[in-house]
Design a protein around this ligand. Structure first.
Ligand code: PGA
Length: 240
């Protein structure tokens, strides 16, 4: 059975003491887990027995004060990067075109990419979800040599941090849509799609029954180390 990737998007909630507590408490060794703390705390996480990721990246060849490039990430042993999170699309106006440049650059530097896509509540209500997702996937991934190192995270914006969940069938439909766009419009076979949005220790067992997904992107519930390790064990139990 394919090993599911489990990504912790720790966002910006933690202060220094929380980060230190986290690395003291999180003891497990997991090949399929990627922790993405705020980059100012990354050094604390270097001794954890999981892979590390950034929450964003900038593209090389352009100088931009305050950003982090793929080359810098690689030089620190970082393996993954989250690109196009809906919070960045919303607050920073990150466009699909900018996201495409970031994905290209990260792929060229052999970073694993976690590309976030998903419709807003309004887009869902107006029946535009599929069209929005198609455009996000197509524009972000066009012109990429191959997507072996890319996982696409389907994260409905209305499910992020809200405790609202799509049904398993709704998730499955969107996952199949994303795989179809990758195959039919971009020529990428076997795209990997993961799910994100309000995943927690209570609902993960049910979500883990969806055959078509390749893993999870977990925000709030990843910031508490004991809870996150419980979630990891539930997901990984499916494979044993
Ligand atoms: P959540 O966040 O798990 O807190 O809903 C997911 C995300 O923003 O990636």
């Amino acid at each position: 059975m394919e090993e599911r990737i489990i990504v912790g998007n720790m966002k910006v909630d933690m202060l220094k003491e929380d980060a230190l507590h986290y690395v003291e408490t999180f003891k497990g060794e997991y090949n399929n887990v990627v922790l993405c703390p705020s980059s100012i705390y990354l050094n604390y996480f270097m001794d954890t027995k999981v892979k590390l990721g950034l929450q964003n990246i900038f593209y090389d060849g352009t100088i931009c004060t305050g950003e982090i490039t793929s080359r810098q990430a690689v030089s620190m042993g970082i393996k993954y990067v989250i690109i196009g999170h809906s919070e960045r699309r919303y607050y920073l106006d990150e466009s699909n075109e900018t996201i495409n440049k970031k994905v290209k650059d990260a792929v060229e530097h052999n970073l694993g990419v976690l590309l976030c896509v998903g419709e807003s509540e309004e887009e869902k209500e107006n029946g535009r979800a599929d069209e929005v997702i198609k455009r996000q996937v197509y524009t972000a991934l066009r012109g990429i040599e191959n997507i072996r190192n890319v996982a696409i995270a389907y994260e409905p914006v209305w499910a992020i941090g809200t405790n609202k969940l799509p049904t398993n069938d709704e998730i499955k439909d969107k996952v199949l849509l994303i795989k179809k766009v990758c195959k039919d419009l971009l020529g990428y076979e076997n795209a990997r799609v993961i799910y994100g949005g309000s995943v927690n220790v209570e609902n993960v067992e049910e979500l883990n029954k969806i055959e078509e997904i390749s893993g999870f992107l977990i925000g709030g519930a990843s910031t508490e180390p004991e809870t996150f390790e419980k979630i990891i064990q539930i997901i990984n139990n499916r494979q044993n």
